[in-house]
Design a protein around this ligand. Structure first.
Ligand SMILES: [Zn+2]
Length: 136
């Protein structure tokens, strides 16, 4: 990975980080008081959507989960930024292979190649995929 690519992913990661922390602040702010504001504004750009179903408790729970999830991603982004500095970015943490650029562009904070990712997710049961499937 050359310097230009490293800079590109650094920018991507920082951008994503800013978005997430901004979202988290928003949720925390709106979560503490019950105003009608959130129903009015355009929230279509957010990945979570405050639907009109469910009680206040459910809404709070959803907000809490969204913050928690964003917090985890922010942590992963920080780790990815560290890996850029240590020349480890783009290398799968499990098998050591190179993670394809298309995957990194899609999920810049990922630590694993697609094979290892699905292995992790399917850890509890026998995975269905085979080695020769795809060039990931
Ligand atoms: Zn791997």
């Amino acid at each position: 990975m050359n310097n230009q690519e490293k800079e590109l992913f650094k920018t991507l990661l920082l951008q994503l980080r800013k978005e997430l922390t901004g979202q988290m602040e928003q949720i925390v702010e709106t979560g503490t008081e019950t105003t009608g504001k959130e129903a009015a504004g355009d929230h279509s750009s957010y990945s979570f959507h405050i639907a009109d179903m469910g009680s206040d408790t459910m809404e709070r729970e959803k907000k809490f989960l969204a913050v928690q999830r964003s917090g985890m991603t922010v942590q992963e982004i920080d780790e990815a930024l560290e890996r850029i500095e240590n020349e480890l970015f783009g290398t799968c943490e499990l098998c050591g292979c190179k993670i394809p650029k298309e995957r990194l562009e899609f999920i810049p904070h990922t630590k694993y190649c697609i094979n290892c990712q699905s292995k992790q997710e399917d850890d509890t049961h026998t995975p269905e995929w085979t080695e020769e499937e795809g060039e990931w």
